[in-house]
Design a protein around this ligand. Structure first.
Ligand SMILES: C[S@@+](CC[C@H](N)C(=O)[O-])C[C@H]1O[C@@H](n2cnc3c(N)ncnc32)[C@H](O)[C@@H]1O
Length: 380
């Protein structure tokens, strides 16, 4: 027999109206925003309030009064507790729609674009078992696991559903003590000596950045190169170039390419990757902060027809954007892993004379709330 909890102050009935970027559902109770994990917009639930602040509450769904039809059975037993994935309870198709919509919303709300051309999110080749790198936290008992959000301590796990099989094999060895480790975190990565993406081979040192979804990275590189429209007479820049993921195919299509990146391990890998791939002097890697390198006279005084930029989540700082705009390159392609900072930077670029042509989201991180976007700008 079920109990009517609706009059109990700690229990409320909530209609869920939206989902935050971090995957929590949102409803309103007497004007107060209530965040509830694992519920979906359109669902009606009984919620136990577990945390009250003046401006918002947090709750836990204890009974569903109505469920969405596109709800999915989460493929992983740790979903909802380890904090790594936010969307396993949604059918994959709906995850993609949400990501497309999210990118669009950020461009409208933050970037103030009236009608941005956001194409449908490109599905991931594999929705599970795709991550080539995972950082495990080590608990007090010495066991590896994940660090759940808003909680102390480490949650031990025996398998991560989105990690590549190699990572899970390593996790088993870590758990059994057959691989020893020290410190509070262990970084596990599939062997990358080399890793092949779109027919190019890359050596990636443990300290260097590399895209976490190798198969989808190949699709993203292909699309990005199409958008750059490089001609054999073009001079092009690859900003935040890492180990040269884009620099190699760019060097194949343009007359001259310069990659800029401040991580020494990444730039040393990038030089090695270029050397094994192209014989002449068509590409060069500079180890420097992008803003500082763009201000150098040998860069600022040259004419650049195309620029690719792939900054970290924080996006591009204002001074660096100013240096970039001063180059007046005809085509810019911006690869972003954070739609909010992308929207902010896109507005600056468009206020300075660029036109945003199209936005192509890619699902690089299936089951999570993250989304990658490739955005094409042309100088008006
Ligand atoms: C999102 S990663 C992209 C790397 C590469 N394009 C790829 O796809 O593999 C961003 C890279 O920018 C580098 N980076 C971050 N801030 C930088 C800065 N201010 N100047 C130069 N490089 C920077 C990081 O070290 C990292 O390698």
């Amino acid at each position: 027999m079920s109990t009517d909890l609706s009059n109990h102050p700690d229990y409320i009935t909530l209609d869920i109206t939206d989902l935050t970027p971090s995957g929590d559902a949102i409803g309103r109770h007497d004007g107060i925003v209530v965040f509830v994990p694992l519920v979906l917009p359109g669902e009606r639930v009984e919620v136990e309030i577990i945390h009250r602040r003046k401006s918002f509450w947090r709750g836990r769904a204890i009974r569903w009064l109505s469920r969405r039809e596109d709800r999915a059975e989460p493929p992983c037993a740790y979903f909802g507790s380890c904090g790594g994935c936010q969307l396993q309870h949604l059918k994959y198709e709906t995850q993609l729609h949400m990501k497309t919509r999210f990118v669009r919303e950020q461009l409208v709300h933050i970037g103030k674009f009236a009608d941005p051309v956001v194409l449908d999110c490109v599905p991931a080749p594999a929705t599970l078992g795709y991550r080539n790198r995972v950082q495990f936290s080590i608990g007090k008992d010495g066991k590896p696991g994940y660090h759940p959000p808003r909680q102390h301590g480490v949650m031990e796990i025996d398998k991560c559903a989105i990690a590549e099989p190699f990572i899970n094999e390593q996790l088993t060895l870590l758990r059994s003590g057959r691989i020893s480790y020290t410190g509070q975190q262990v970084d596990v990565r599939v062997p990358m000596n080399p890793v092949t993406v779109g027919g190019y081979q890359y050596y990636v040192s443990p300290e260097s950045f590399f895209q976490v979804n190798t198969e989808q990275a190949a699709n993203m590189v292909r699309h990005t190169l199409q958008q750059l429209e490089l001609k054999q007479t073009d001079h092009a820049l690859d900003l935040y170039c890492g180990v040269g993921l884009f620099t190699l195919p760019m060097a194949d299509q343009a007359e001259y390419v310069v990659g800029i990146e401040f991580g020494e391990s990444s730039t040393s890998d990038a030089r090695r990757n270029l050397k094994t791939h192209i014989e002449d002097e068509r590409a060069r890697i500079i180890t420097a902060d992008v803003g500082k390198a763009l201000a150098r006279s040998d860069i600022a005084s040259q004419s650049w027809q195309a620029v690719l930029l792939d900054p970290p989540r924080a996006g591009v700082n204002h001074e660096t954007l100013r240096q970039l705009i001063a180059l007046r390159a005809a085509r810019l392609v911006y690869v972003s892993c954070d739609p909010a900072t992308l929207a902010r930077d896109a507005k600056v670029l468009c206020d300075a004379g660029y036109k945003m042509i199209q936005i192509q989201p890619f699902d690089m991180f299936a089951q999570t709330n993250h989304v990658e976007s490739v955005v094409t700008f042309h100088l008006n």
